[in-house]
Ligand binder design. Structure first.
Ligand code: FEO
Length: 408
């Protein structure tokens, strides 16, 4: 990728992870890649905002882009570390070996992590205080403590004179970024939709657990005149930064419920008896004009299920009893949804059992503290009969009535 001017002497330096088998954070599939962005301010003092991951040739690529902006690693006077996760700090160890003068600005909580991840002594760092400013010639940086967006030590940096927010992981998205479409105003409608979808999946996977902190952070930033958002993943928002701010607000508010009038249907089956009801569920919801997103486990990745569940006000689980309990692949799904604090949902469960049941009891015990409202369930022994199908439709119709009321 090429060095790109954002405005005046502020530049974006970036790389894309393009390996379609790479798992972000070691968990999340990114078949469409992801960009990792750093930002450079050239001036009376040269500032590098966030580094890059130390994989492939990323540090070399960023150093070369810096050189294209007529600077070297040794020329950097100030290193702003908004966040210590290794996708933004992995290069720190080698960077600081080459550059002995750069002063690091980070939060107090990041200082021990500098040592732990990068072998950088605390003496090289200045702990910011919330709202603290730093004048550098024609630039004025202001630092904001934004804990848990998305780890405890995170902060954001705002360039006051130009209204540019360097938000690190906040307002980011999955999806690689092409050199000719780095700004929101360069994207086609189709690309906008792509990044919106990838922003939601990124939020659900990376940030969702900390949604109350996102809402607090948005309140803190609401007094700023933000003209440009420069995230560390994804595109730069310079035409209408309000779009991504509104998306993030909406995503965070889904945690308080209700989310959208949609259902995420997660199906599993051992011998097809539970699966045989899947189409009936889809058809019944469609008749009630409720969009339904269908996933099957094992098979579909939890990262996608999370994004869909986060946005849906309704969750339906199809699972059989397995050894008196919830079918194991579904246990994993439920556990992940709870870890990510997917809450305030209207829920329905159905499934077949063989010799004895047990899944329903186990399911209820698992979701006891979830904030899910289990409206009803339907179980049958073996293969479903015509009567079972009629009963399912009746139960689902009542479920739809409640979901519609919930989302009015
Ligand atoms: Fe992009 Fe939390 O790192």
């Amino acid at each position: 990728m090429k060095v790109q001017k954002v405005v005046d002497d502020i530049y974006r330096l970036a790389v894309n992870i393009e390996d379609e088998n790479y798992l972000f954070e070691g968990i999340w599939p990114i078949p469409n890649g992801i960009s990792i962005n750093s930002y450079l301010i050239k001036g009376e003092k040269n500032v590098l905002i966030d580094l890059t991951q130390d994989i492939m040739d990323f540090p070399k690529a960023i150093a070369e882009q810096m050189e294209d902006a007529s600077l070297t690693v040794e020329d950097i006077d100030i290193i702003v570390v908004n966040h210590m996760e290794p996708d933004h700090s992995g290069w720190l160890r080698e960077f600081c070996k080459k550059n002995s003068k750069g002063v690091i600005y980070c939060t107090k909580k990041a200082i021990p992590l500098l040592q732990a991840f990068g072998d950088v002594p605390p003496e090289r760092a200045i702990a910011i205080t919330d709202g603290m400013t730093l004048e550098i010639g024609d630039y004025e940086l202001q630092f904001f403590d934004t804990p848990n967006i998305h780890w405890p030590e995170t902060m954001m940096t705002y360039e006051k004179k130009r209204g540019i927010l360097f938000a690190c992981d906040a307002f980011g998205s999955y999806g690689k970024v092409e050199d000719d479409t780095i700004f929101d105003d360069q994207l086609s409608q189709e690309k906008h939709q792509f990044f919106e979808k990838e922003a939601l999946r990124y939020y659900a996977n990376i940030v969702a657990t900390f949604s109350p902190f996102v809402l607090k952070g948005l309140t803190k930033l609401s007094g700023l005149d933000i003209k440009v958002i420069c995230p560390s993943h994804g595109i730069i928002w310079r035409d209408n930064p309000g779009v991504i701010i509104d998306h993030y607000k909406r995503y965070a508010e889904y945690s308080k419920g209700p989310a959208e009038r949609e259902v995420t249907l997660v199906c599993s089956s051992m011998y097809g008896n539970t699966k045989s009801m899947m189409n009936l569920v889809v058809e019944t919801l469609k008749k009630r004009q409720i969009p339904v997103h269908v996933y099957q486990v094992p098979g579909d990745d939890i990262g996608y299920i999370l994004a869909s569940a986060w946005k849906s006000a309704g969750l339906i689980f199809g699972m059989p009893t397995y050894e008196y309990k919830v079918f194991p692949p579904m246990s994993h799904v439920i556990e992940e949804l709870l870890v990510k604090k997917v809450t305030n949902k209207k829920v329905f469960r159905y499934g077949s059992y063989g010799w004895v049941g047990g899944a329903q009891r186990d399911f209820q015990s698992k979701i006891e503290k979830s904030g899910w409202d289990l409206l009803s369930f339907y179980e049958w022994q073996g293969a479903p009969t015509e009567e079972d199908k009629e009963n399912m439709v009746k139960a689902l119709d009542s479920y739809c009535d409640e979901l519609i009321k919930f989302t009015e």
